[in-house]
Design a protein around this ligand. Sequence first.
Ligand code: CMC
Length: 424
Amino acid sequence: MSTAKLILEGQEYEFPVIVGSENEAGIDFASLRAKTKAIGFDPGYGNTGACQSAITYIDGDQGILRYRGYPIEQVAAKASFVETAYLLIYGQLPTQAELDKFQRELTYHTLIHEDMKKFFEGYPAKAHPMAILAAMAVSLSTYYPDSDEPDVVNLNIIRMMAKMKTIAAFSYKKSIGQPYVYPRNDLSYIGDFLHMMFAVPSESYQNSDVLERALNLLLILHADHEQNCSTSTVRMVGSSRASLFASIGAGICALWGPLHGGANQEVIEMLDMIQADGGNYRKYMDMAKDKNSNFRLMGFGHRVYKNFDPRAKILKQSADEVLNALGVSDPLLDIARNLEEIALKDDFFIQRKLYPNVDFYSGIIYRAMGIPTNMFTVLFALGRLPGWIGHWKEMHDDPSTRINRPRQIYTGATERQFVPLAER
Ligand code: CMC
């Protein structure tokens, strides 16, 4: 086994080096504090491996993303979202019988308890659906008991996958004041979601193949991305042995932020703003480069990818196809293309290796599908669900998991004497 040496105040220490299946190396600093009394300092965790995981591999320099070893391009072209979810959660591609069983289970657990409908009534009409989604995810734990019994764990995994799309669609119906549409057992996972979103009692609703295919692709591309902010949050919360429902509720909150999954909503709002400003995208490019401005080009840049985000490549092509198939012409797509073109030639972006990420084109596709902007991040959450569940399960099944508890460097006051109120 290779080792790494550290010299601290003249004293030499040795640490084991862990090598992953793609030869990526990690210095095992688990004994650092015990040996040296010092801690590793890495704000934002850019260099910290918090776990070993067999789910997703990313090589950010080469733009590679693989789910359980399968390249994202192949999964996106050949799999269904349900098949992808099975792969991420259980570790291998399902046989036909396994897939049928999984699909059946996901179909027969889609109803939420009738009492939960009352929760929706309590939210204001303008409530952001991400807030509702997070609250409802945690609320599931009040209806479905938690246990370490493997059958119960698995049943809760199925419940989580099956019920979240019902909750997501109900939160949309609530926001537009329409009656909730109940799930239908004769439809596919994605078909059922679209039906619950778009059907109205007064009209017959026919699912469109174009929408089903587009959403299948979008959800697959969002399904996992190793230790991103929301997935690490799920693992962090789950490490205290919190339930699957509670851990995923926390993950949904983390995803909501504009630097993470909330970016897909922000991209469209940014493109709208540029269009309203006469399409002057160069002005916004300059603002994004200006250190005195808080403005960032949303949908650009990534902590891990220092090359094209492979998901963005697939989505850029899909945006063209979906808009053509739906007969939609969206001026925001032209603005997005122009922004991308000038950003890729601009020194600021080249030097910092800033490329379009998955959120840059996804919003344009959602918009063409008739999905309102405030639902974009909810769809990201539905896609990311199998990844969160897979990571929660991997951590839960690993007997060596310890509660996640980072350290800090304290920078506050040193010891001082308490001054009573009357003397201050
Ligand atoms: N526009 C302008 N400048 C940027 C951008 C951007 N979108 N992203 C990074 N930079 C600059 C940043 O100012 C910094 O410059 P300097 O070195 O001169 O200080 C440099 O690039 C490095 O940026 P950073 O903030 O240190 O990078 P990070 O790894 O901490 O952040 C990020 C990654 C994704 C949060 C960031 O690139 C960003 O804010 N992008 C816009 C939001 C976005 O699209 N988020 C979605 C990410 S992909 C999907 C997901 O994970 O949810």
